[in-house]
Write a protein that binds this ligand. Sequence first.
Ligand code: PRP
Length: 175
Amino acid sequence: MSTPVVLISEQEIQTRVSELADRISEDFADARELVLVGVLKGSFIFLADLARRLTIPRTIEFIAVSSYGSGSKTTGAVRLVMDVRGNIEDKHVLIVEDIVDTGHTLKYLIGMLESHRPASVSTCALVRKAERAEVDVDVDYLGFDIGDEWVVGYGLDYAEQNRTLPYIGVVTPDD
Ligand code: PRP
């Protein structure tokens, strides 16, 4: 893998995360509680920064999914590996993703969480590869639209490497 080339700087990310946190805090100002559901593993850094900047009552849950087989990204089949632990019935839920690529994972998660009968399900993603979309899924709170490049950092990995970079960088994968 090549050395990451900065695409979105640490400062740009931090500014955008603050803006998203302000909007979310405003939109849910009247909610008793907002349940942030982080999608493992990639969302853990974004979720940590976002959650600490909210000014409304919030709780944290995690969920884990995995794609079926190696052809998963083309079949779009998603499997639940770990469900939320707490009861989200009648609560406002915000799914927090690092990246939306084809959209299959987010679409699956919305349906899955809706089956828990929450008060609402909203979506938040730091980055989205709009041109890769295979399904129509709304991202209510979006950080950045990016091109179809392999990105690492701020939670995102390539073969588990570079997740903890403070910025988002582009790499060229090895063949
Ligand atoms: C990434 C990302 C989303 C999913 C998006 O997870 O965190 O969950 O892929 O892809 P989609 O829009 O095509 O469904 P990944 O499989 O890389 O796992 P990780 O977060 O554990 O690295």
